[in-house]
Write a protein that binds this ligand. Sequence first.
Ligand SMILES: CC(C)(COP(=O)(O)OP(=O)(O)OC[C@H]1O[C@@H](n2cnc3c(N)ncnc32)[C@H](O)[C@@H]1OP(=O)(O)O)[C@@H](O)C(=O)NCCC(=O)NCCS
Length: 158
Amino acid sequence: MVSERSFRLKGAESTFGRLGEADLPAILDIERGGYGYPWSEAQFLDCMGEGFEAWGSFFGGRLTGYLVHWQVLDEAHLMNLCVDRSHTRQGIGRQLLRHWISRMTCQNMGELILEVRESNLGAQALYRSEGFVQVGERPDYYPDGGKRESAIIMMLRL
Ligand SMILES: CC(C)(COP(=O)(O)OP(=O)(O)OC[C@H]1O[C@@H](n2cnc3c(N)ncnc32)[C@H](O)[C@@H]1OP(=O)(O)O)[C@@H](O)C(=O)NCCC(=O)NCCS
């Protein structure tokens, strides 16, 4: 992890840093606590190649959340945003999202795109509050027990 800048949450100092393979064990711990259908190690490794970036938030040297994105031309796609279960509702998800939006704005991206489970109302509220709007839906996109769940597609035009 290379630390880039810091932010304060509830009076405590947190930092953002670019993530790499050495951070995978900590990423996987958070991923498995955050999702019913977590990404595998191989999926994260695929997301450390060209066009992808992974950023983490750290508190006391410990990873508390991360964001993975992929960019092509002037579009950036949010592939994964996850906060350690023991640190949710402390503003970390919003800080990671804002950090991403501001980096993408500086890089002159035209639009930011993401998909989110229809049932994930907390994440949708976060995205809406940062200016994302729903632009579509992908039916039966995610596994959901024996069934499938739709994805809501959201976009922020920069
Ligand atoms: C979604 C997630 C990233 C939010 O991270 P977080 O650090 O808890 O979010 P924040 O504390 O920054 O909250 C920002 C806003 O999001 C919304 N929000 C977040 N979690 C919520 C929840 N469980 N219920 C309702 N609203 C929620 C609220 O509007 C909140 O603002 P508020 O605290 O002022 O009310 C986190 O819950 C998580 O990692 N979930 C599991 C993985 C996941 O679903 N990722 C999204 C995939 S698209």
